[in-house]
Ligand binder design. Sequence first.
Ligand code: GDP
Length: 446
Amino acid sequence: MNNAQDTIVAIASAPGAGGVGIVRLSGPVAQAIAKNICTCTLTPRHAHYVRFLDEERRVIDDGIALSFPAPASFTGEDVVELQAHGSPVVLQQLVARACALGARMARPGEFSERAFLNHKLDLAQAEAIADLIAAADTRAARAARRSLDGVFSTRVDGIGQSLLALRVHVEAAIDFADESIDTLGGEQVRARLADTRDSLAGLIADAERGRKLRDGMHAVIVGPPNAGKSSLLNALAGSERAIVTDVAGTTRDTLRETIRLDGLELHLVDTAGLRDGGDAIEREGMRRARAELTRADVALAVVDARDPDAGRSAIADSIAGVPTVLWIHNKADLLTDVPADDHASVHVSAATGAGLARLHERLRALAGEPAAAGGEGEFSARARHVEALHRASLHAASAAEQLRYEHLELAAEELRLAHDALGEITGRLSADDMLGHIFSTFCIGK
Ligand code: GDP
C-alpha cells in the first residue's frame, strides 16, 4: 500500500533545549544511516549506549540508539530513534548527518501518515495522536488516549459492519426483484436497520461530547453592567481546574478573558459594550463581542438576584439566537430568602462562593459529561467525524424510507452512502473492500 521509498528524518522531541532530544528516522535506509552514525551495530528493540559520529568520525554527542525493524514499528517501516542531549544544535547536526546519508526532512505529520498508509492506525486514531498531544486537560487527554486505542473506531466499524450486511442483503434482493422483499427476509432487514440507526444515534451523541471535549464548548458570560460577570469569572477561574489566559485586546475590548473549565471554554462578554455609537476602538470591541455571541454554544447570563427580571430584559436581545442559556442569579448573599434553582437558572454568590459547586455541576452537564461517573468509554472526536456521522444517519433514515416502499435500488444506494460516510471517519473502507466482502460472504447457494 505504501509506496514511499524515501527515508524521512525529523526531531521528534519538542522544539527548544531540553534534557533529552530525539531524532527519529523511518524508511528503507534508516538502519544503514544508523550504522554509519552510531559506534555499534543495533540489535532490534535493544537500548544501546553509543556515540553519534559526524562524517569525519568526530563525536557529535553520546546517547541511546534504538532500532525497530519493519513491520513492528510505529510507521510499519524500519524506524531508528537516536536519543541525544536535548540541544537544538546537536539535534540539527544529527538531522543534517542523516540527510547527508540519504534521508530527507519529514513533512509535518508524515510519520503518522505512513503509519496510516501501512495500516498501523486508522485515520481517527492518527487524528487522536494530534489531539492527545494538544489536550488541554486530563479529561481531554484521557479521551484522546481512548480514541487512539480505537474505542471510537471500533464503534464506527461495528456500525459499518451492520450497514455492510444490510447492503449485501438488499443488493441480493434486487436480483430477485420478482419476489416481494418480505419473502427475502425483509422484516429482518428492517429490524436490523432500525437497530443500526439506534446505534448510530448513540454514537453521534457520544462523538458530539467528544468533539466538545476536544474543541471546548464555546460559552459566553454575558450580563448587564455590575451584575458580577468579572467576579464570577474570577471565582470560577480560582478553582483548581481552570486555566486563565488573558486575551490580548484594548482596554475597552469587551472580551477580556478566556478560561477553560471542565472542557468548557468560557469567554467573558460585557453586554454594557453592546450599545450604539462609541468610538472606533469601542466599536471594534462590540464587533468582537457580537462575534463571540454568534459563535456561542451556551450563554451564561448573569443577572443581579435582587432584580433578575430587569437583568433578563436588559440582555434578552443580546442572547437571542444562542442555542442554550443558563441564567445565573448572582449576589444571592444579598437575599434574605434564596429561591430554589430550576432547570434553567442557578443562584450563586461570586463573593462568598455559595452555589458555585452547583454551577460547576451545571457546567459539566452542559459540557456533556455522562451521568455515569468517571466517563469510562468517553473518547475524543472532531467536527469532521460528527459531520460524517450525521450524514450517515440521514442516509440510513432515507434507506429506511425507501425500504418501506420496497424501492430496493434506492435503499441500496442510501445504504452505500451511509456506509461511505462512516468509511471517511476511519479511512478504512474502500470500494474494493466492499466488493471483496460481498463476494466472500455472500453466497446465494448457486
Ligand atoms: P461586572 O460589571 O458584571 O463584571 O461586575 P463586577 O464583577 O465588576 O461586580 C460588580 C460589583 O458587584 C462589584 O462591586 C462586586 O464586588 C460586586 N459583586 C459581584 N459579585 C457579587 C456577589 O456575589 N455578592 C455581592 N454582595 N457583591 C458582588
